[in-house]
Design a protein around this ligand. Structure first.
Ligand code: FEO
Length: 417
């Protein structure tokens, strides 16, 4: 059997799903699996577009042979040399002795670093180069740091297909589906698409913006990523998401409350804050226990919401370690442009609030720590209610300010047109 699907008359999906891998990159839980996408173009030349992870190489080889139907394989385009897309390169070179690899100079260098015997069986391409395979002519676009430095994208002007490497991908196995319009992407895939992008490519927003600018000028009919579903309509929707993520603009006015609590007292304060926000009409809230929520989910939600509340107990005279890990990850992924509120707790030497504020001020960029904080000693007392009310008002005020600034910018931009 095989798991091939047709993208266009000449282009076939020959990748597959991995539902056995627990942790993508040995970090990120993928309870719903992931796909490794590869495409095979059947023109005067036969062209395989990216390879796959070892995990699915057996079915991949079957898929490729099935579509080739006895023809030789002429080219393998390698857009990205991360091993989830490349583990089968050596095997392909052995199986198809006339095969030549097309990749960037760095891509070829990485192949050698990973120990693949490419010898002289390769063609290096760079920004703007074109290669014709018959009626299909591919133009190569450099997209460094989306997600590694060697990354290329390519555009087939005949079918108007953008091969976008890791961009526009998602976690979640394809499960037989191929196109994003075959699912309710916004309902069922957006959260995992955001978790995939923000954790893997989130740090490189500036580079993603450059790649989006290049893609913006293309006449598109298909976007074929290396993971997840193929886009053939609704491009504005997914590009808008990417613009938000790449520019670190929140998608939604809302509050992510992340708490670190050992015995429930800090959790109670976080819960009390959530209730007060809802009382005032702000119900777009996500309340997360830092100890039981994977940091990749916290990162994804930090990219989603306009406001973040950090509530932490003091531990070893510092920030609770799991909370510190979350802060370090936010910093590593370059998250910025959020309004942050702080709740600190401790029993004999509360320090968490002060240290979280210092971390944000000194280690992160363009974060706005709101002045209305809350310091607790061991448990939340009635006397702290005015502080909590002030914190709610401060959060709502910061949202209003962001809204007004956005409207002002929109009207200035309108005036320029
Ligand atoms: Fe799916 Fe950066 O590799």
């Amino acid at each position: 059997m095989y798991t091939v699907r047709k993208v266009t008359d000449d282009l076939y999906y020959v990748g597959g799903d991995d539902r056995r891998l627990a942790l993508f990159e040995n970090i990120f839980p993928i309870p719903e699996g992931v796909s490794y996408n590869s495409y095979l173009l059947m023109d005067e030349k036969t062209v395989l577009i990216d390879a796959v992870d070892w995990a699915i190489t057996r079915e991949y080889m079957v898929n490729v042979a099935r579509v080739l139907n006895g023809r030789d394989l002429d080219y393998l385009i390698v857009h990205h040399m991360e091993p989830d897309h490349c583990s089968s390169i050596e095997l392909m070179l052995q199986r198809y002795p006339n095969l030549k690899i097309i990749s960037s100079e760095k891509g070829i260098m990485f192949m050698r670093q990973f120990g693949y015997h490419v010898d002289d069986r390769y063609i290096e391409v760079k920004e703007g180069d074109t290669v014709s395979f018959g009626k299909h002519e591919f133009t190569f676009v450099e997209a460094p740091m989306v997600h590694w430095p060697e990354v290329l994208m390519s555009y087939d002007s005949y079918d108007k297909v953008l091969f976008s490497a890791d961009a526009f991908g998602s976690f979640i196995a394809n499960n037989g589906r191929l196109f994003a319009d075959e699912v309710n992407w916004d309902r069922d895939y957006l959260d995992e698409g955001r978790r995939y992008y923000t954790n893997i490519v989130g740090k490189y927003g500036t580079f993603v913006q450059k790649a989006l600018a290049k893609a913006g000028g293309l006449d598109l009919k298909y976007i074929c990523p290396l993971h997840g579903l193929v886009w053939r309509d609704n491009f504005g929707y997914i590009i808008d998401k990417y613009v938000h993520w790449a520019t670190y603009e929140p998608e939604e006015e809302g509050v992510l409350i992340v708490y670190a609590s050992m015995y429930g007292n800090t959790e109670f304060a976080a819960q009390a804050l959530a209730s007060k926000l809802c009382e005032k009409g702000m119900t777009n809230i996500s309340l997360r226990d830092v100890s039981s929520t994977h940091v990749s989910t916290l990162i994804a939600e930090s990219f989603k919401y306009s406001n973040i509340v950090l509530a932490s107990v003091t531990y070893n005279l510092g920030i609770y370690p799991v909370m510190l890990n979350y802060l370090e990850d936010m910093k590593a992924l370059n998250l910025q442009n959020r309004a942050i509120s702080i709740i600190g707790n401790g029993t004999w030497a509360p320090q968490a609030a002060e240290k979280m504020e210092k971390f944000i001020d000194e280690e992160m960029r363009l974060m706005d720590v709101l002045p209305e904080g809350l310091d607790m000693v061991s448990s939340l007392k009635k006397a702290k209610e005015p502080d909590m009310d002030a914190m709610v008002d401060g959060i709502l005020e910061s949202m209003k300010k962001r809204r007004e600034e956005k409207e002002k910018t929109a009207s200035q931009n309108k005036g320029k047109k």
